[in-house]
Design a protein around this ligand. Structure first.
Ligand code: FES
Length: 97
């Protein structure tokens, strides 16, 4: 078993490398995201697919169907964003009421 490299290394010109003083100028820190109701282990993709077949859906409908939002409630602001945007992977929200 040996080492194999599938992508060739790319040389970064010194002036490009030195332009940013951060230790990893080409890497942005990963943005934590939420993609499901943790308590009920229901992905937002499943909720969106279910909601697509309905005329309208609100948080009460989701709680009635899946239980999401009715336990710890931490997913409620994410569910609001999911319904508003259609996105199933929401950046972590730290300041929510
Ligand atoms: S994460 Fe959805 S009710 Fe707790």
């Amino acid at each position: 078993m040996g080492f194999s490299q599938t992508t060739p290394a790319r040389m970064i010109p010194a002036e490009e490398h030195m332009a940013d003083a951060s230790p990893h100028p080409r890497r942005k820190p990963p943005v934590p995201t939420v993609d499901r109701c943790i308590c009920h282990d229901v992905p937002f993709t499943e909720i969106l697919a279910w909601a697509a077949d309905r005329a309208s859906t609100d948080l009460t409908d989701i709680e009635d169907q899946y239980g999401c939002g009715g336990s710890c409630g931490m997913c409620r602001p994410y569910l609001k964003r999911v319904l508003a945007t259609g996105d199933s992977c929401i950046p972590l929200m730290l300041d929510v009421d």
